[in-house]
Write a protein of this length. Structure first.
Length: 251
């Protein structure tokens, strides 16, 4: 299978601070999770893939294009959902949904409305929704775009456990029925069913492989608040890596 995202020896940063260090990745179609603590470099990686940030060095190809140099062509093939909310607060939810249908021609918008339980909020303004429901609406747009690549940067931020479960179900559904490569950055896997995961910490890739390579025998050793924890087996799925330091990964 051809790689649609290829990174080799990528270094990247801001104002002299190196955030990503010698990143090598090959990604094909399917659902991919980039797992790591806050500040590990996940968002920087997504901005490079989306063509919003030029790496300091290294080679990158996305759908055969050089992202930063050919961002106009790439923007037609990629959907990037950042952490920051971008939909206008005064827009009516139903109007936003109609816009998604018109822009992307997706036949799955109603299915996502059902999965996210948003139908009862159609007459509200986006700004009147809770943070969790606003995030759900952003996810509906991203998944309905059905672009070749969909980048979801911390889609679970601000969601409680039940909302994370709904979001995971919707992302898994989009991956099953579509042809998009969906890449999720997060510090908790939740109920996602990725084909491959990358664990990133301090700008370095610590692990690359399938989640089953870590289950049931694998372990992640991490430090949080000065204490060392060893998380093993299927407990890794519920592991929250926010505000932690990964010490080692044992498969």
């Amino acid at each position: 299978m051809n790689d649609i995202i290829y990174l080799e020896k990528i270094y990247a940063g801001y104002k002299g601070l190196v955030v990503l260090k010698n990143i090598n990745m090959k990604i094909s179609r399917g659902l991919i999770v980039v797992l790591g603590p806050n500040g590990s470099g996940k968002s920087t990686l997504f901005k490079i893939i989306a063509g919003l940030l030029k790496p300091l060095s290294g080679e990158i190809r996305v759908l055969g294009l050089k992202p930063f140099r050919e961002i106009a062509k790439l923007s037609e093939k990629i959907f990037y959902l950042p952490e920051k909310e971008v939909l206008p607060a005064n827009c009516i939810v139903e109007d936003a949904i109609d816009t998604f249908r018109e822009l992307y021609g997706s036949k799955n918008v109603d299915k996502y409305l059902e999965l996210f339980n948003l139908s009862k909020h159609l007459t509200k303004r986006i700004g009147e929704l809770s943070q969790g429901y606003r995030r759900r609406l952003h996810l509906i747009e991203a998944l309905s775009s059905e672009r070749d690549i969909i980048l979801l940067d911390e889609p679970f931020r601000g969601l409680d456990s039940s909302s994370r479960a709904l979001a995971s179900e919707a992302i898994n559904y989009a991956s099953r029925i579509g042809k998009s490569c969906i890449i999720v950055s997060t510090h908790i896997i939740s109920r996602l069913s990725p084909e491959k995961i990358f664990v990133i910490e301090d700008g370095n890739i610590k692990f690359e492989g399938k989640i089953t390579d870590l289950e049931p025998q694998g372990c992640i050793v991490l430090e949080k608040n000065g204490e060392i924890f060893k998380i093993c087996g299927d407990r890794i799925r519920s592991l929250d890596l926010s505000n932690t330091t990964i010490k080692t990964i044992v498969c």
